[in-house]
Design a protein around this ligand. Structure first.
Ligand SMILES: Nc1ncnc2c1ncn2[C@@H]1O[C@H](COP(=O)(O)OP(=O)(O)OP(=O)(O)O)[C@@H](O)[C@H]1O
Ligand SMILES: [Mg+2]
Length: 233
């Protein structure tokens, strides 16, 4: 479905991705792991069209993905749920959710809200509360819910568990798995390598913008390199 072939990208004089290749196939959860500054967020921003590709190519469903055009990428069905959530603090939970569906006819909103409130009943209870007054975990749920409102064909999640209590983290991973079971492929960037690899079909480890290691979730979990570098063993 999504293919990155030897992609280079970066910011001004600073090249961050240096020939990165990766693939997300239909129905998969793919984990993207790497140290701080390795280029994980840059990878997602490059796919999302926020950071342009300088060399190499990205294809989506067999055709080139519009380069550096965030709007066109979103219209193609690829949605990034960014690092740090970026919900609208002065809009209510419900307004935040509806904002995620602006590309779609509004008669689909009710069914989508029902699905999202099924994943996160707490958001239903707090539908009229301002986004900025939610806890960190609730804001993360809201950010994921808002992404789902656009009916993505590929969902990219950047560090959804960052800074959250273990119970909430477990819940978020469970929901990611449930979303995937509805047929949505997921590209998941995570610090929490162990839990990410447990739910991922495949994963990639990147080092300074280059491919280091790839394999199934189980292979990477068992690999000495991953265990030492990311699981603290
Ligand atoms: N807007 C920007 N302008 C210039 N350099 C940037 C910008 N954003 C990121 N970088 C640099 O690009 C490199 C990769 O950053 P990126 O955010 O992709 O890393 P990451 O793997 O997501 O790290 P983390 O785990 O800390 O989130 C870093 O050296 C960072 O300083
Ligand atoms: Mg990052």
């Amino acid at each position: 479905m999504l293919n990155l072939r030897e992609v280079h990208s970066g910011y001004g004089p600073c090249e961050v991705l240096k020939s990165l290749s990766l693939e997300v196939r239909a129905g998969e959860i793919v984990a993207l792991l790497g140290a701080n500054g390795a280029g994980k967020s840059t990878t997602l921003l490059t796919i999302a069209g926020v950071v342009p590709v300088r060399a190499g190519e990205i294809t989506w469903q067999g055709a080139p993905l519009p380069n550096g055009k965030a709007d066109a990428v979103l219209r193609a069905g690829i949605c990034l749920c960014p690092e740090g959530r970026h919900i609208f603090p002065r809009l209510t939970v419900l307004e935040n959710l509806i904002s995620g569906s602006y590309l779609l006819p509004s008669n689909r909103n009710a069914a989508k809200l029902e699905e999202i409130f099924g994943y996160f009943p707490l958001l239903a209870e707090r539908r009229n509360q301002l986004g900025g007054t939610l806890s960190g975990g609730e804001q993360q749920m809201l950010a994921i819910g808002r992404s789902l409102m656009g009916e993505p064909k590929l969902l990219m999640l950047d560090e959804p568990s960052l800074g959250l209590a273990p119970q909430i983290v477990a819940r978020i991973f469970e929901i990611v798995r449930l979303i995937n079971r509805t047929g949505v492929p997921i590209l998941l960037v995570e610090q929490n390598a162990q839990q990410a690899l447990r739910i991922a079909h495949r994963g990639y480890v990147i080092v300074t913008g280059r491919n280091q290691l790839t394999g199934t979730g189980a292979e990477l979990l068992a690999s000495d390199e991953v265990r030492q570098a990311y699981l603290g063993e």
